[in-house]
Design a protein around this ligand. Sequence first.
Ligand code: SF4
Length: 380
Amino acid sequence: MKDVILDKIFIEKNSLKSKLAQRMIQIFPKEKVEILESEYDLSHKGQLSKEQFEWSKKNLLITEFKGHFFKRCPGATQKKTITCCNYYVLNLGSQCNMNCSYCYLQSYLNTPIMKAYSNIDKAISELREMMIEFPQLPYRVGTGEVIDSLSLDHLTLFSRELIPLFKEFPNWTLEFKTKSNRVDQFLDLGPCQNVLVSWSINPPHIIQSEEHDTACFEERIDAAKKCREKGFPLSFHIDPIIWHPEWKENYSYLVDEIIKNFSPEDIKVFSLGTLRFQPEQRFMMKERFGMNSYVNNSEMFLSESGKMRYDWHLRNEMFQFVFKRFKNHNPKWNIFLCMETPETWATSVNVSPMNVPGLKDFFRPLPKIKNELSEESIGD
Ligand code: SF4
C-alpha cells in the first residue's frame, strides 16, 4: 500500500498541546505543518467541487470536536425499510485519504478538509460513562463511518487509546473497519477478544479498478492473518458487491481465497452488501472516475430508502451466489446482509437474522443510550 500523502497539516492553536498535534509535529517536516491562530474556516455552502474534494483528501486539520462523539448507525433510523444490527459509531475524524469510486463521502461531506480530532480524551470519557451504565449489554461500536478506522492510525494512534478501554468492558465490542493494511501499531495490545478488526473486501479486479490507493487484496488478507495471530477476532464485509461481466468468477475467487486462508471460527461475522449510493453522488463520481468505472456504467434504480441500487433480482442473485458458495463449503460461516430489507433477507438467504444463533445478538433491540443522536441516513 502506498504511503499516506499529505500536502499540509493544519493545527488549530487550541489543539496544539494535544498528543495528536505533538505527534504530527514530530512526524512531518516543518514546512508541511502550519499552526493556526484561529479556527480553520470550515464554512462551505453546498457540495464540494471535484477539485475541492480532492484537495480535502490531501490536507489534514487537527481540531477539537465540539459535539457528541457517539451516535447510532444510520441503519437504526431506517428501521422500517432495512434490518438493523444495533451498531453505534464513534467518529474520530472525517474524510479519507483513500479513493474509492463509490465512496459515499462524495455526496455527504461538505467540509473542505480532512479532519482528525485532538480531543480523543473526551470521546473516551463519553464512552466510559455509557459503558459504566450498561456494562453487561453487547453494544457494538465502530470507528469507520466517515473516516477509515485504520488508514491514518499509524499516525494518530487512536487504536492504542481505544483498545485498553474496551479491554475493561468485555461485553462491548469495538470494530475497526478498514481497506488499509495498517495494523502493526496496535498488535502488541492483543489478545483482545472484543476488538474486531474488519476488512471491507472485494476481488482484486474490483480493488484495482474502483478502490484506488487502498491496500491490495493480498495485503488485506495478510494484515488479517497478522491480527488473528495476535488474538484479535476478524470480520469481513464483502461490500459493495459490484456487478461486472466476470463477477461470478471474481467473487468465487474471493470466497475461495477466504476459505483457503481462514476458518469459520476465525471470522466472527461476514456481511454482504451490494452497490448503493445517494442519487446526488452520481455527478461527482462521473466527473472523478469517468465512464470506465463499473460504478458509473451500471444500471441503478432508486430504492425505497432513497438510494440508488441494482435491480432487486440482481441483488438477490448476487447475495445468493456468494452466500451459497460459503455455506456449501461449511454451514458454519456466519453471514448477514448489510442495510437490506427484511424481504431481501427472506428471499436471498432464506432466513431471518433473529433465527441465526451467531447473529441473534446483533439484531436484538437494546435500550437507547443517553445522548444518542438520531441522525438522518448518511452512510452505507
Ligand atoms: S476507504 Fe471507505 S471512506 Fe475511504 S474512500 Fe474508500 S469507501 Fe470512502
